[in-house]
Design a protein around this ligand. Sequence first.
Ligand SMILES: NC(=O)c1ccc[n+]([C@@H]2O[C@H](COP(=O)([O-])OP(=O)(O)OC[C@H]3O[C@@H](n4cnc5c(N)ncnc54)[C@H](OP(=O)(O)O)[C@@H]3O)[C@@H](O)[C@H]2O)c1
Length: 368
Amino acid sequence: MSSRKRIVVLGSTGSIGRQTLDVCRRLPDRLEVVGLAARTSDELLQAQADEFGVKNVALMQVGGLQAVTDLATLPEADLVVVAVAGVIGLRPTLAAVEAGKQVALASKEVLVAAGELFAPLLKKHKTLLTPIDSEHSAVFQCLQGYTPDQVQKVVLTASGGPFRGKSRAELAGVTVKQTLAHPTWNMGGKITVDSATLMNKGLEVIEAKWLFDLSLDQVEVVVHPQSIVHSFAFFKDGSSLAQMGWPDMRLPIQYALLYPERVESGLKPWDPASTPTLTFEKPVLDTFRCLALARLSAETGGTAPSAMNAANEAAVAAFLDGKCGFLEIADLVEHALSSHEPQEVTLDNIEAVDGWARATVRRQLGLG
Ligand SMILES: NC(=O)c1ccc[n+]([C@@H]2O[C@H](COP(=O)([O-])OP(=O)(O)OC[C@H]3O[C@@H](n4cnc5c(N)ncnc54)[C@H](OP(=O)(O)O)[C@@H]3O)[C@@H](O)[C@H]2O)c1
């Protein structure tokens, strides 16, 4: 039996996927790549398969979602990295959990839409789910050795994105290019837009609720433009812990893959003296409405977070495609959320609501 952890990377051609492979490249004695999946990037996928000697590859546009889901249950895999953009990762993640794999989760949309389905399944299959999102990795690291009843709350940090401090009037005409110019993180297109609207933080609040078994009131958000503190855990005795580092996703990725071990990463450690000023401020909810809309969907419960998430995915795609303005993203999400009648959380209902919310956004935009 191999002593290396054998991993499948779903979304290997994306920002998280490529950085995951970089971690594997640096730690060949610890990690072996046994499966790779992407949507359409066939040339890069093939180049990755050649470099890592991977025989099991899936291209969604050729084999459909089933091919990606099959890869998530590959018998020789120990761990599945879910790093596809969006809720499309839901079925593959469920399949990986049911097949008893460790899951390293980047695709927060999966827990947003289906946290209620996952919580009992993770317990039933005794699945180890390690978060890749830097904020959740930070909280996960801070909570090591503590029991949930000792936790008062967690505080997720947000960079504030490229439009921090701007008024609604100033945001009315911002372009796609301006929106994609994130000040501290280099990420895929969808999450970069979500960071600019603060929807990303709203999704992360819901993700944290499910990952750490917290109430929504126990998950707060603070804007921290330097992106050095990746999040905090506050304890009942009044003490708080933070996890810090340069904004480099390879650190939380490595932790998620090798947990609970810490080995040399080759990454430059943060130097406190070089960032003497760390600042924190409250998010401006009237301007960045998506954060409150995401919270509202989670308070409503049932399939409301699925509707909110799918509407956001459709609205962001429309924005990137030049079909709507930046501020319209929140309007479209709000419209879908207020027209939605929440249902019980089942896989079928989630998928039906997902389709309905996307169609609702397209209709609002006159796109069919
Ligand atoms: N980037 C970050 O720093 C970061 C940080 C925290 C969390 N996350 C989360 O991680 C996830 C991925 O983000 P990203 O920035 O890496 O996105 P990205 O750069 O857009 O990459 C998305 C990846 O998913 C693949 N993909 C999309 N749909 C697929 C499908 N149906 N089947 C198989 N593969 C599919 C894409 O393949 P193609 O190349 O063929 O399109 C690509 O490999 C998101 O949920 C995001 O919120 C990202």
